[in-house]
Design a protein around this ligand. Structure first.
Ligand code: 5GP
Length: 190
């Protein structure tokens, strides 16, 4: 997606530990015009797969998921990061290791909002090692729903996430694949 790649090149900042920040349009300030286009692109790529729900994880996945849900005309659910260790029985839960923070956190989704009738599209802002998508896929599995695929805004292609998810049979569509960030310079796969 060319307009996305241009924005990453113009505004993306590279931090220690292979972390890229796009705070000016996705991770802090949101550019609704760009996010709407991203929603349309996911709709173009997944629109014929009978998606009944979009699932993401708080916080940065939410705007992208909402625009995707709007285009697909389906509800959007976000997994909540749970602070207390108390998991009640009316939720699905999974533990996800955060790539950026290095910590593990439990995420939950109410059993009210996912069922075995659902066909679920996962959407997230970044793909690094694939842990967030795997945690969400685990929740989908617990609910008995079908996983349609994963729509990723920015994939860091030099990390293992896409390979890992694909080898598990998860269909991944990334709108911008970063090939490398050598010496702070971002370059894309063609
Ligand atoms: P993974 O679970 O695939 O290792 O990492 C993806 C998750 O970690 C995403 O939900 C995203 O929020 C966060 N993440 C991973 N790498 C980056 C990055 O380079 N920049 C930002 N802003 N978030 C990242």
């Amino acid at each position: 997606m060319e307009i996305l790649k241009e924005r990453i090149l113009k505004e993306g900042k590279v931090f220690h530990g292979n972390v890229i920040k796009v705070d000016s349009f996705l991770n802090h300030q949101i550019d609704p015009v760009l996010i709407k286009e991203i929603g349309k692109e996911f709709c173009r790529r997944f629109g014929d797969r009978g998606v009944s729900k979009v699932l993401t994880i708080e916080a940065s996945g939410i705007p992208v998921a909402v625009m995707t849900g709007l285009e697909l005309n389906v509800p959007v659910v976000f997994a909540k990061k749970q602070k207390s260790a108390n998991i009640c029985e009316n939720v699905f839960s999974s533990t996800i290791k955060s790539f950026t923070k290095g910590t593990a956190s439990t995420v939950i989704v109410s059993k009210e909002y996912l069922s075995n009738k659902d066909r679920v599209l996962i959407v997230d802002d970044f793909l690094a090692e694939g842990q967030a998508v795997l945690g969400l896929a685990d929740i989908i599995k617990q609910s008995g729903a079908s996983l349609v695929g994963a729509g990723i805004v920015i994939e860091k292609g030099f990390q293992e996430g896409c390979k890992r998810l694909t080898s598990m049979g998860i269909h991944v569509e990334s709108l911008a694949v970063i090939k490398s960030i050598d010496e702070g310079k971002i370059s894309f796969d063609i």
